[in-house]
Design a protein around this ligand. Sequence first.
Ligand SMILES: C/C(=C\CNc1ncnc2c1ncn2[C@@H]1O[C@H](COP(=O)(O)O)[C@@H](O)[C@H]1O)CO
Length: 176
Amino acid sequence: MNITVFCSAYSLDEKYTAPAAEFARLLGAGGHTLVWGGSHAGLMGLLADGVKEAGGRLVGISVEFLAHKTYEGADELVMARDLAERKAQLLARADALVVLVGGLGTLDEITEVLELKKHAMHEKPVVVLDTEGFYGGLRTQLERMDAEGFLPRPLAELISFAAEPAEALALLEEKN
Ligand SMILES: C/C(=C\CNc1ncnc2c1ncn2[C@@H]1O[C@H](COP(=O)(O)O)[C@@H](O)[C@H]1O)CO
């Protein structure tokens, strides 16, 4: 499977890096391809290193203004002109999408794929690896939208949450 992963470009505490490294190992060992933002920065670089070490393939979708942060050693590297084109490529190249802990860039990427899925413009599985309950606030907000009629289709069709790396991968494999 081509698995697009959105995650932080920053170096984080071990409570976040350990589950990300485990997810990377499972992804690579499972013979999957990581599609990601193509950067060596922070959690993005750790993830790519882990997938590569475990035998997986790497497809980076970088963007011109962040070219100086590009990961050396991807099997394939695409250079998008801007963030909008990069997000489109990250979705187009995915069979499924996974969200690890991240900041505003990651939040922008999740909302884009959910908005497009809401309008049935794709039906790709979206799984959040909710390490340390990091996405509790987002989940509460989405559940409120679902309960109070802000979504045109059930939230459960749009997104799934997993607490552990193995559960995230199992959900992807089950839904694909
Ligand atoms: C760490 C710094 C610069 C590098 N920044 C990025 N490099 C590559 N990809 C990025 C970067 N910033 C955002 N992205 C995309 O958004 C997600 C990460 O953003 P977040 O705000 O850290 O969550 C990630 O999925 C990328 O696709 C500064 O020196």
